[in-house]
Design a protein around this ligand. Structure first.
Ligand SMILES: *[C@@H]1O[C@H](CO)[C@@H](O)[C@H](O)[C@H]1NC(C)=O
Ligand SMILES: *[C@@H]1O[C@H](CO)[C@@H](O)[C@H](O)[C@H]1NC(C)=O
Ligand SMILES: *[C@@H]1O[C@H](CO)[C@@H](O)[C@H](O)[C@H]1NC(C)=O
Ligand SMILES: *[C@@H]1O[C@H](CO)[C@@H](O)[C@H](O)[C@H]1NC(C)=O
Ligand SMILES: *[C@@H]1O[C@H](CO)[C@@H](O)[C@H](O)[C@H]1NC(C)=O
Ligand SMILES: *[C@@H]1O[C@H](CO)[C@@H](O)[C@H](O)[C@H]1NC(C)=O
Ligand SMILES: *[C@@H]1O[C@H](CO)[C@@H](O)[C@H](O)[C@H]1NC(C)=O
Ligand SMILES: *[C@@H]1O[C@H](CO)[C@@H](O)[C@H](O)[C@H]1NC(C)=O
Ligand SMILES: *[C@@H]1O[C@H](CO)[C@@H](O)[C@H](O)[C@H]1NC(C)=O
Length: 389
């Protein structure tokens, strides 16, 4: 039974692949998952609807290298039309169907309807376009329909398309925005980014090596795109958390609290494992070390964010966490990001006050010089007996 469920899941999760051949050679490729959803309405009343899964689709023989045609049922098709736009492809999804065959007798239109969706982002002709994340193509009729209105949407995932010679997808191409790797450590709730953190973190870990000596290893915490960041950031909560995961089992964990109109870090810990990152380690297993922090550590207003470009560090039990160019914001229910009131660490404030102090000192110097020059000038004019008014 368990094996059966596993097999079914595997089938569902695998995208279907289509290959168009010309003279026996593959010249266009398409993989996708999902379904085409069709609805027929009359004066906003739903008359009938239908879902056509892509896993049942077949490639229509008249497809060309620049027009991939899928047969969804005997009377519904979805096409991908390639038009050259200088060195790029502009791909337009097209859908065609005969209403009566798709919806049944209640929708008695027998003339085929053609609909088009907005084109995909342009991508190089010698590359692919790829979007693993779920996306939607919304199709709009080419000509206005009379008796019925049709809403046609393709819900697509694991999508990849190409029109270029070769059995496989090329090694380069365009990736949709939703698939791009994050450039910040973050926690999202729906489409809102509630916690955002930036910074260059390093860990210094002192441990006993097999020769019985204490050694210190410096570890650079991977950038957001190479880390596995997870968080808890429910809407309206007063505690949130963020874990920057890396090296499979290592993590830096932050808890945040909100009090009045401020937020701050309430707990900070480091989890590490005696693995290849700590060469010749004597002990085995994982350890979690809580770092001692002051109450309301790195506090900022909920109207803004906290910043500390200078180095910050905290140590405990042979573990030191250091940050540089650190910035964070939590409880950001409006997804404002790094915008608004800035709370700065004192180290940054004293370095940023160097410029005003220098300017002030220069001005004071200038006043003294002018004063001295004036006094000397006055003395000289007295000597010559020349009296000014
Ligand atoms: C189709 O939709 C338009 C705009 O929403 C509406 O004005 C029109 O009455 C609808 N036609 C039918 C047949 O439902
Ligand atoms: C689509 O497939 C159906 C069978 O499922 C077949 O009857 C029909 O002829 C096909 N249409 C095209 C255009 O290949
Ligand atoms: C569709 O059916 C309606 C009644 O159910 C009828 O009035 C109409 O003329 C039919 N339209 C077509 C194109 O057959
Ligand atoms: C986020 O999703 C909501 C509905 O789910 C939508 O109204 C809103 O426009 C979306 N915001 C962004 C920035 O995409
Ligand atoms: C420091 O962090 C920034 C922002 O996350 C990143 O762009 C930069 O590459 C990092 N620098 C180093 C040396 O890791
Ligand atoms: C353990 O650390 C000591 C002191 O740094 C060093 O001399 C020794 O070679 C290390 N042993 C191993 C096996 O790395
Ligand atoms: C290694 O460091 C720990 C903690 O600082 C200390 O207790 C221990 O005595 C040290 N061992 C050696 C061999 O220096
Ligand atoms: C801080 O976090 C660590 C690890 O998540 C946990 O073990 C510890 O109890 C927490 N301390 C406080 C004061 O919440
Ligand atoms: C740690 O694990 C290694 C390999 O699994 C083993 O050889 C070694 O004896 C273990 N050391 C300790 C202190 O448990």
């Amino acid at each position: 039974m368990r094996l059966f469920i596993f097999t079914v899941l595997l089938v569902v999760a695998t995208a279907i692949e289509f290959k168009v051949k010309k003279d026996g050679k593959v010249c266009a490729l398409l993989t996708l998952n999902g379904a085409l959803d069709l609805e027929a309405t009359q004066q906003e009343t739903l008359i009938s609807k239908s879902e056509l899964k892509f896993e049942k689709a077949t490639l229509i023989e008249s497809s060309t290298c620049n027009l991939i045609k899928l047969n969804l049922t005997s009377s519904a098709e979805m096409w991908f039309q390639f038009d050259a736009a200088q060195k790029d492809w502009k791909v337009t999804p097209v859908s065609l169907f005969v209403p009566e065959s798709v919806f049944g007798k209640d929708v008695n239109e027998t003339d085929p309807v053609t609909l088009k969706a907005s084109s995909l982002e342009l991508f190089p002709q010698d590359g692919y376009y790829k979007c693993n994340s779920a996306s939607e193509f919304s199709f709009v009729p080419e000509t206005e329909t009379v008796e019925f209105n049709y809403t046609v949407k393709a819900k697509v995932s694991d999508f990849q398309i190409q029109s270029a010679d070769g059995d496989d997808f090329k090694t380069k191409g365009k990736v949709c925005a939703a698939d791009k790797k994050p450039s910040e450590y973050m926690c999202k709730n729906g489409n809102k980014t509630i916690i955002m953190m930036e910074g260059n973190f390093t860990l210094a870990i002192t441990y006993l090596n097999v020769t019985g000596a204490n050694v210190t290893e410096n570890i650079i915490v991977p950038a957001p795109e190479d880390a596995d960041t997870e968080g808890v950031c429910d809407e309206k909560a007063t505690t949130e958390s963020l874990s920057i995961g890396f090296f499979k089992t290592w993590a830096i964990h932050f808890d945040f609290k909100k009090k009045d109109s401020n937020f701050f870090i309430s707990n900070m810990s480091v989890t590490y494992t005696f693995d290849d990152n700590l060469p010749h380690h004597a002990a085995n297993g994982s350890r979690t070390v809580e770092l001692p922090i002051s109450t309301e550590y790195l506090k900022a207003s909920t109207k803004g964010y906290y910043i500390c470009n200078s180095e910050l560090d905290k140590s405990n039990e042979g573990v030191t966490l250091t940050s540089k160019n650190f910035k964070y914001r939590a409880f950001d229910e409006k997804s404002a990001g790094f915008d608004g009131d800035v709370s700065e660490c004192s180290a940054d404030e004293s370095s940023s006050s160097v410029v005003p102090i220098a300017v002030g000192a220069a001005l004071a110097g200038l006043v003294v010089i002018v004063l001295v020059a004036y006094l000397i000038g006055r003395k000289r004019s007295r000597k010559t007996g020349y009296e000014s008014v």
